[in-house]
Design a protein. Structure first.
Length: 317
């Protein structure tokens, strides 16, 4: 059972959060998306990962989200950024931080760099949506919708099965929180994961985030699919040029994605150890031909696979 806690920020504001307390270890800080909460799979995946790898963990629900206090229509990027800052300061304190932002959470994450520049050692973005209020909402609204928002201060935006109350103050505040025109000079590991067929947020936004960082330790992992809700997903070299901890997080994500959504995931990668640790079956390709195919434990013993790729001393942890 997931044990949630509450932190009282003011007399009227309580923020619900999840944590795995560690006095001195690095913390994973998970920030969810727009009108989302902590009931989904992603925060639970990363909490489980943190516990397994002796890491601290923090995830919070912004005001007006989930079971935190407040009304969603009163919230905005500035408020949610400040709430995140306060919880990190009170719970994570001086520990190192790896930020994990999902959709809008990546925008909130980018705003944390001005507060915790010396503590942030990594940033993982998932379907990142910085500045979405202006570029993906306001600029695409019809003139009629814009006039209604300006006149009434709010508009019920229907998207799929959900209705989002979009306020004028939210749009205006979003314009005051531009981040894509900034540069971050920190030498941190930055990895963006984005679906090629993401219908809500184009992959260009993850690419724009990578351009903000001067660090050489940055990478975009694109999940290739032919449909928005695929039965088969292709990942092309997701583990190359990544640090060990980020590889472990990606492995956890991939396994959970496969199990929770009952889809087939095909991975092509030269980092054999990382790949073989999580797959059910694998094959060695050479010059367009299948040299060997089997379960990971059997494949590394195959004579043809040894001659073509593994050699005699290859092992899987």
């Amino acid at each position: 059972m997931t044990k949630f806690k509450y932190l009282k920020l003011t007399k009227t504001k309580r923020i619900r959060y999840l944590t795995n307390f560690k006095k001195k270890n690095t913390y994973l800080v998970f920030l969810h998306g727009f009108k989302s909460d902590l009931e989904g799979q992603k925060p639970k995946i990363f909490l489980r990962f943190a516990k397994k790898n002796n890491l601290g963990f923090l995830a919070l629900e912004y005001s007006g989200h989930g079971k935190s206090s407040g009304k969603f229509i009163d919230g905005n990027i500035t408020k949610w950024t400040n709430e995140t800052y306060q919880l990190i300061r009170k719970i994570v304190k001086k520990n190192n931080i790896i930020l994990i932002g999902s959709s809008m959470g990546s925008w909130i994450s980018l705003n944390q760099f001005k507060y915790f520049k010396k503590q942030i050692v990594g940033f993982l973005g998932i379907g990142s949506a910085p500045e979405f209020l202006e570029h993906l909402m306001w600029k695409k609204f019809t003139k009629k919708i814009k006039l209604e928002i300006i006149k009434n201060g709010i508009y019920p935006l229907k998207y799929g099965d959900y209705t989002y109350p979009i306020t004028h103050q939210l749009i205006k505040d979003g314009k005051q929180n531009k981040v894509l025109n900034k540069k971050i000079n920190q030498n941190v590991n930055v990895t963006m994961v984005h679906g090629s067929k993401d219908e809500s947020v184009p992959v260009i936004y993850s690419k724009k985030i990578l351009k903000m960082f001067k660090s050489k330790k940055k990478k975009l992992v694109i999940a290739l699919s032919l449909l928005s809700k695929p039965k088969i997903l292709l990942l092309d070299e997701p583990f190359s040029a990544l640090d060990v901890l980020t590889i472990k997080m990606l492995q956890e994500l991939i396994v959970s994605l496969q199990q929770d959504n009952n889809i087939t995931i095909c991975i092509c990668d030269h980092i054999a150890t990382s790949l073989l640790q999580i797959v059910d079956t694998a094959m060695i390709l050479s010059n367009g031909k299948i040299i060997a195919q089997d379960t990971p434990s059997n494949l590394i013993k195959d004579i043809d696979a040894k001659n073509a790729y593994f050699g005699d001393n290859f092992k899987i942890n």
